[in-house]
Write a protein that binds this ligand. Sequence first.
Ligand SMILES: [Zn+2]
Length: 312
Amino acid sequence: MPRIGRFAPSPTGPLHAGSLVAALASWLDVRARGPQARWLVRIEDADTERCQPGLGERILAQLAACGLQPDEAPTWQSQRGTLYEAALAQLTSAHWAYPCGCSRKDIDEALAASGVVHARHGERVYPGTCRDGLHGKPARAWRFATTRFEQAHGLQTLHWTDRRLGPQQQQVGREVGDFVLQRADGPWAYQLAVVVDDAAQGVTDVVRGADLADNTARQILLQRALGLPTPSYLHAPLVLGADGDKLSKQNGAEPLATGTPAEALAALRAAARVLGLPEGAQGAQGAGAAASIPQALAAWVPAWRDLYNPRP
Ligand SMILES: [Zn+2]
């Protein structure tokens, strides 16, 4: 079975310095595994409200300018609704998913009534109001029955190992709760779509930004509930803004300049530096600052192999 990795950007903005780090890391991890391994690109536009038309194509063009070409035609989550539908039906018939009629206000009121004050940007742990039925309310969302699943499997704390961050653990029921799989107005939640797609595409190795590390436990629970394999995980370092926060489209990350090969190479060098790779990427030719994009990429592959030991 070939090793398969992927880069899965959401087209809410063009590629920026932070997303190029994730793209380069996942590409290097695949190339370091030898010629049989394949690198896929999946445009995560399932949440169509947040995505802008044309940006998926623009991201693909930016990747191509950086020499990062997927080994298969890119996939688009917005075209894969029937797969997510089937997964939700599977979870529902196994009683691992249920409809929830709570508004955000209902949830806050139920939490306040039980004495829980959520941090302003913290995770709202769903209080379980609809776990035993909607009580006449219309469904607003479908939730994963985290607590029920954990109890049924004697799981208190989920443990897994991240290839860069080391041993990880989370008590998903206590720290996250019964999380949303689909909103009633249509959009599929990231957690469900990513788990279904990674399995459908045979992804064996997930390499992505550390901002997504916190999602891993939820995704492992969903994999187990759906009877799907769990890939290996590596969460790459983040690009930090001047304020020390993660650089993102939300805090005004500049779109990456990839219009000329020199610009694209400079962007790749900056990404390589974040990943702890030798920035100059001097190949056998000692090309140094004059290295072409293919030379730079080729020189980073063995450097990545030394850092993270990917197996063929
Ligand atoms: Zn509810």
